[in-house]
Ligand binder design. Sequence first.
Ligand code: MN
Length: 735
Amino acid sequence: MSADNAMDVQRAAEARRRGLRRIDLRRLGRAALLGPGTRDRLPGAIEHLIKVHRARHPQAGPEAVETLRRAYVLAESSHRGQTRKSGEPYITHPLAVTLILAELGAETTTLTASLLHDTVEDTDVTLDQVREEFGAEVTYLVDGVTKLEKVDHGAAAEPETFRKMLVATGSDVRVMSIKLADRLHNVRTLGVMRPDKQARIAKVTRDVLIPLAERLGVQALKTELEDRVFAILHPAEYARTQAMIAANAERPDLLATIAEDLRKVLREADIAAEVAIRPRHAVSVHRLLLKRGGAQLGGGDFGRLLVLVGEDADCYAVLGELHTCFTPVIAEFKDFIAAPKFNLYQSLHTAIADGRGRIAEVLVRTRQMHRVAEAGVIALGDPHATAEHLQAADGTAPPAAGGAGRTAARSAVAEAWGRVDPTQPGWLARLLEWQRDAPDPDTFWSALRDDLAQDREITVFTAEGGDASGTIRLPAGASCVDAAYAVHGEGGRRCIGVRVNGRLAPLGTRLRDGDSLQLLLDDAAASHPAAEWLEHATTPAARIAITRWLAEHPAPVDDDQPAAAPAARPARAASSVPSAQPVAVADLPGAAVRLARCCTPVPPDAVTGFVIRGGAVTVHRVECPSTARMTAAGRTSVPVGWRDVTPAGGYRATVLAEALSRPRLLADLTEVIATEGVGIVSAAVEPPQEHRVRHTYTVELPDPQALAGLMRAMRAVPGVYDVYRAKPAVTACRS
Ligand code: MN
């Protein structure tokens, strides 16, 4: 049995045994290749492709089906007579590639281009012909893949190769999606190649394609590529890892036991959730082994528990149960919902110990987050489409009124896309900028490597200067600001300088594995974080602390800058403003208004306005300290009044709950909020002091009336003794 087959059989058995739900790309790849590959079997394959596509995109109509059929007919007839190295008809390749993409939920245009992706390079078909028959968009994608193909023939890991790839594909991530699926199928069928050629392709895949898959968030593709590359480049270690996985499968299944406990806990708490076991792939097991310095892995190490729920708020409810009914390993807790990863990945990560101290890692996410986690940018569909389309691409209905959690998730995705340019994820735009600015390929390459390292952890040594000497672990890419908050908690705001490896460095400096760090602190209690620290902070702990401090201490200049959010699409934002203004300004009927973030006004709060730069008006609550401060500073207020218009996305409000600490409190509060139909934008829990805790929730209200009901419902939660709106403290304001 070849290593490939052994891996397939072993994994399939594992997946069956554990009832795993993940996208199985291999199963589909094989469906296209069933039988000896005679052509008369193939029309069945295009039917299968269409079936898979329509399962993901029920709205794909007869027109889409017809386009795919025509693309298939053109590809099949033009590749006719060509064979793969294995002897199979060439058409099996574009078909298998397209099936991979269809299973990941790619839209019709990508699939059409994928069927045609090798025609222009390898057959008589011309770009003009493709344009005539399939239009400009498909042509653009086919052309991009063709160019990429040429670049890819360069040597592995050469900076110039990567740079050219980025240029070839930079303007559309769909080109890269096709390239990745193409590579996956080629790597699957590498067995027929000479060993040296196998190794060369495996190395390019490792150095270039896998980081791309990671960046684009296409987890399902990345993990299979990783395992296959590992098997080719390190056959002995691969075999050893597989043997460990097989041996573990023979032992009693610890994760299944914990999963059953967890299901029971969630049933009793009346939370609708699915609990599944996700086995780690071989490379993941191997990495864990390296991380543990070769120490024996336990039963809980070969997989993770995956909890799938319906709404964002349910994630926090599940977390509340996990952390009260089991013993949480707090160091392992990460909130990628409040702070999504660069590749749009969202989930809560935690680890729990059961009654016997056996530890399991747990991932909690909604089904929509799960789709994005598995298929990344491919799940998001057409990058040019609107947020509503993104949701529809998932096959889910648009959220009903009150589905505010879902709205929040959707707008987070849309926001992530729109951050720089709707056709490019932020990191891609950044890379393109770098490659333009980099003085030479080496500089570019090292910058790129740093950027790709982001998902790892680093160890930093802290010393002297009043710091507790020791080591801290941070996500790779963390800055000195992150380190300051990691070491000093809230006290990180007193950081005024750092030495990295003995040299003074800016606070925004990104730390590297093994750096030694000395934090210089200001003794004055009044020292504070600067707004730009947020640009340097990547860890949730630092971001949350800085955001909270800034919200509680609004500075006149910072706070009154016009809203930055619509920067990506200024034209659209400007044109949509007049219709959605929730506030009328008496003297300036056309002025754009903005609800101040420091006091989050909601009707019928008494409010007042101040004209800020660019003629916009910022609206504060009358009792907000900013109002008093600006009045004292001689700024003239303008009379404003609420209109009966709810802004898109509803009203934001920050609500604090004070309570006696008890198990299930977090779960009960988040559940009440969800029941009221209110979405949670962010949540923070301060550590208990003398059994009292304070929870801070920033919520999105579907309408202003919801606020009173929400606060009433929160007050009714047992143990809660006070619920109130965020009120910046007057005494804490900057002079
Ligand atoms: Mn190809």
